[in-house]
Design a protein around this ligand. Structure first.
Ligand SMILES: [Zn+2]
Ligand SMILES: [Zn+2]
Length: 913
């Protein structure tokens, strides 16, 4: 690469700067973990974070946006993993550049700007560019003439390069119903020499001809319809633009290289790997697949862990585990047999860290997590591989083409060998693996199979009804244009007219006692569940108290629409009634204590355990708080004490909480803690605790106490594991903590008085009680031994001569294996030759048997192991030991007597050849 080529970072900046000049707002990339969307495993396209805007359930303060979005495609519909490593263009992680119009500019501007950026700014040869336009192959949807006309007028464009394609290539849909529209793609002709299908008969070398010659650079989507059914489209009132340009691809073109992996984004990772392997350039090219996989996976792992997705067993965490392990295995193919991937990921952090500062912030935990995961896999990889090789040999011998899913599942549960690696290895030997069978076998582990649809479900209910009513209310002036005013922070009580009542999703005028309804007021102070904090409950009543409603939940079905989910307790609430709404204050105070306490806990976890301990989900309820965080091992009792004490120190410090509203980008730059999987708006609320030197600074929309002293007291009630690498702490505060202390006090007083002391003397009293107990137990055991040996002495008198052999068969009361062994020894002391003893007992409901045979008989071929197995068989057990002394256990104690009775016959048979 010569120095005149623009760097990847410069190209990304060119794109964003260009659209900022056209009045676009820079929107930071959303997390790889989609906010508030459980149906999607990872953010897989630029539009994921704007989905709500297109669906009309959210509004943004800007109408034009530009961004570079982090994306992952490893499962579900968009699954590129199979191709990663095999070619030069597929990745698990990649960036998508985009510009967006939300009901603002449309085709004319979008097309002109795209042309301008590509040909003026980046100077791509106009003659090599082609565009595609929508023409319905089914003839139902109008052809996109508007786009075609706009393309044909671009300066220098060859009008013959404007082509029409059908639904598969040029019509975009979010889901089966919902927003959709035609799209227009821009392709670059790299010349006939790039065609990899010239030899294939019937290949037509053209745009969408599926060869390497024409590269799709950019897709401009024009959202202008709402699909109501498979055959019914209605025009949208507001039209949108959504564009996506694969970042790695444009960089490869502008840097003049024929592979994404040879751009300055990924090439340093390849070189770092080469340095580690010590291979020559020729060897590197020969093993380029391994280098590609390692570079791709090292990058994906760094970005995933930076977004809180640490390696683990479930869903997203499984993906991180799988790609690290897969990279490690490919490392083995180029001679790397020690953990190495963190060195490559470290280069990712330095390459991308300026644009994605989360990489730098989490550098330590990224590198540690990767190495730890490799070490764990290193321990089992060899055994897993040889087991797999064996299974593959067997399969090939039997002429199979498919390795069974159950085998693959075994390899994962026993050796932690991810399915994808099993498949890699099987394919190298010409076999495939039964994925359906694997999923079936892994069902209870509910692994990464449930990836879901690309855009998720649109929800069963009719958002339109709510939105229509709210729009009508806005027109009447009963509601502001922002919809229902929401302020759960400054008040716990509001009054206003009942604006709408819904029953089973339909608007009604009056409700009756006992009816479940949803109610809209012009404003509300009830908190709506988010950020782990549960919704408020409370009451709504008429001013004259003729009717009363209990609020048990809150929800927000569409932008600006907030409904109280309630049940009518008495009377007939009607639309238009003056009402007063009151939050359950007691409950809300408990919630606020717990919420502020989670912030204190978060800060203390990071102080005591380290910066890697980051929030991974929480629940803030009135009676408790639950906090999940990333940490590789159990928190020690000593650390727990430190954490709990630290939080209580902060409570005693009685710090005032500072709430500020500021732009998201500013808060992030200042180092405020943001949560993964949480969706943030442009301006965010931040909570700072700690006065002059704050120890806690978080983005948070929750409700909090005024001063930390209001929390009262904080007690940890449990600590445990949720998934690999994720721990959970549960705790109580305020009233619940007080109740817990009271309860413990009462119990300890009760225990103390049982021991005849006070709570202060409880430990000594218990210690001496235990000592007494111990002494008595020893005494009991001595007495029991004496009893057994007295019994045994008696039994020795029952020794019979059977074919010249001294045979003792005896059942002893309540003797354990050790006691039986001692007695067998005593038998052998007394009968040093031609003696056999079989001693049985029932201990804790289970039969045990010991057989002893003197050495001389053993040399004749009589064996205590055979004997004890013979006896154990009817007992449902098995045994083993030495030829002279063997032991067995069993399940069925009721068979012991008859089993012992049969011994004599066995001895007779053995001694009568
Ligand atoms: Zn071709
Ligand atoms: Zn919070």
């Amino acid at each position: 690469m010569t120095s005149t080529k623009p760097t990847g970072a410069q190209i990304r900046k060119d794109f964003i700067d260009f659209f900022v000049e056209q009045g676009h707002t820079i929107v930071p990339s959303a997390s790889l973990v989609p906010g508030g969307d459980q149906t999607l495993l990872f953010t897989n396209a630029g539009m994921v974070q704007f989905k709500d805007v297109f669906l009309g359930t959210d509004k943004r303060p800007y109408k034009r946006a530009t961004d570079s979005q982090k994306c992952m495609r490893v499962s579900g519909k968009h699954n590129d993993l199979d191709d990663v490593g095999r070619d030069s263009i597929h990745h698990t992680f990649f960036e998508m550049l985009g510009n967006w119009s939300f009901g603002d500019y449309y085709k004319k501007e979008a097309i002109a700007w795209a042309w301008q950026l590509l040909t003026d700014v980046w100077r791509l040869p106009k003659a090599d560019l082609w565009t595609t336009i929508f023409r319905d192959d089914k003839g139902d949807i109008p052809q996109d003439d508007e786009a075609a006309e706009n393309w044909r007028i671009q300066p220098g464009i060859n009008p013959d390069h404007v082509l029409f394609f059908g639904r598969k290539d040029n019509f975009w849909e979010m889901a089966e119903i919902g927003p959709c529209g035609p799209c227009s793609e821009i392709h670059l002709d790299r010349g006939i020499s790039y065609c990899d299908k010239q030899d294939i008969p019937g290949h037509v070398c053209q745009v969408n001809g599926d060869c390497q010659r024409f590269l799709e650079l950019w897709n401009l989507v024009f959202i202008q319809y709402n699909r109501l059914s498979p055959t019914l489209l209605e025009p949208l009132p507001a039209k949108h633009v959504d564009t996506g340009m694969g970042f790695e691809r444009i960089v490869s073109i502008l840097q003049g290289v024929d592979s994404n992996y040879r751009t300055d984004l990924l090439w340093p990772l390849i070189l770092t790997t080469q340095k580690l392997t010590g291979q020559t350039d020729e060897q590197r090219e020969e093993h380029f697949t391994s280098y590609r996989v390692i570079a791709d996976h090292a990058r994906a792992a760094a970005f995933l862990i930076a977004d809180g997705v640490v390696p683990g067993n479930q869903k997203r965490n499984y993906i991180t585990r799988m790609i690290i392990r897969r990279a490690y295995r490919f490392g083995g193919k180029v001679g790397l047999h020690q953990p190495f991937l963190s060195h490559v990921s470290d280069v990712v952090i330095s390459t991308y860290g300026d644009f994605y500062p989360e990489l730098k912030r989490n550098r330590k935990s990224i590198l540690i997590s990767i190495t730890r995961e490799e070490e764990q896999f290193q321990r089992t990889l060899d055994r897993a591989t040889s087991q797999l090789e064996y299974l593959l040999d067997e399969a090939i011998k039997s002429g199979l083409k498919l390795l069974s899913g159950a085998n693959a599942a075994d390899l994962y549960t026993t050796y932690g060998m991810p399915f994808e690696i099993t498949r890699d290895i099987a394919r190298e030997r010409g076999l495939d693996v039964d994925k359906t069978g694997f999923d079936f076998s892994m069902d209870e582990h509910s692994l990464a199979s449930g990836a879901g649809k690309a855009m998720g479900e649109l929800g069963g209910e009719d958002v339109e009804i709510f939105r229509q009513i709210v729009e009508d209310l806005e027109h009447q002036g009963s509601l502001s244009t922002k919809g229902v005013e929401y302020d759960p922070y400054s008040r716990l009580e509001v009054s206003g007219k009942v604006l709408a009542i819904f029953s089973q999703g339909k608007p009604i005028q009056n409700a009756t006692p006992g009816e479940e309804i949803e109610i809209i007021l012009p404003e509300t102070c009830f908190y709506i569940e988010s950020g782990g904090q549960v919704s408020d409950t409370g009451w709504i009543s008429s001013l004259d108290s003729t009717w009363e409603i209990e609020v048990h939940n809150m929800r927000k079905p569409a932008a600006g629409v907030i409904v109280h989910v309630c049940k009518v307790v008495k009377g007939h609430p009607s639309v238009g009634d003056e009402a007063i709404a009151k939050v359950d204050t007691q409950r809300r105070r408990d919630i606020m204590r717990n919420h502020t306490a989670t912030h204190l806990l978060h800060a203390e976890l990071r102080r005591v355990l380290g910066e890697h301990a980051r929030q991974n989900g929480s629940l803030v309820a009135p009676d408790r708080l639950r906090f999940d965080f990333t940490h590789p091992e159990a928190v020690t009792p000593n650390q727990l004490i430190q954490i709990e004490a630290g939080v209580n120190q902060h409570i005693l410090g009685d710090y005032q909480l500072k709430t500020t509203i500021k732009p998201l980008a500013q808060a992030i730059a200042e180092g405020a803690m943001a949560l993964f999987g949480e969706k943030y708006t442009e301006t965010v609320r931040t909570i700072t605790i700690g006065g002059e030197q704050p120890f806690s600074y978080e983005l948070c929309g929750g409700t909090h106490v005024g001063e930390t002293g209001d929390i009262g007291i904080f007690l940890i009630t449990s600590e445990g594991s949720v998934a690999a690498g994720i721990r959970r702490i549960e705790a109580v505060t305020g009233q619940k903590a007080y109740e817990l202390i009271q309860n413990r006090f009462a119990k300890s007083s009760q225990a103390a008085s049982l021991l005849g002391g006070t709570p202060e003397t409880l430990p000594e009293n218990i210690t001496s009680l235990l000592a007494e107990l111990n002494a008595s137990q020893k005494q009991v055991s001595t007495l029991r031994q004496n009893l057994v040996s007295a019994e045994f002495k008696q039994k020795l008198g029952q020794v019979k001569l059977v074919n010249g052999i001294s045979l003792l068969v005896a059942k002893l009361t309540d003797a354990d294996a050790e006691a039986l062994r001692q007695m067998a020894d005593r038998f052998r002391q007394q009968y040093s030759s031609t003696g056999i003893a079989v001693l049985g007992s029932i201990k804790d409901g289970r039969p045990i048997v010991i057989a002893a045979i003197t050495d001389d008989l053993v040399s004749y071929g009589v064996n205590a192991i055979d004997l004890v197995k013979f006896v154990a068989k009817p007992l449902g057990g098995a045994g083993g030991g030495k030829p002279t002394l063997a032991q067995a256990g069993g399940k069925d104690a009721s068979m012991l007597d008859s089993a012992l009775e049969d011994v004599e016959a066995w001895v007779k048979q053995q001694s009568h050849p």
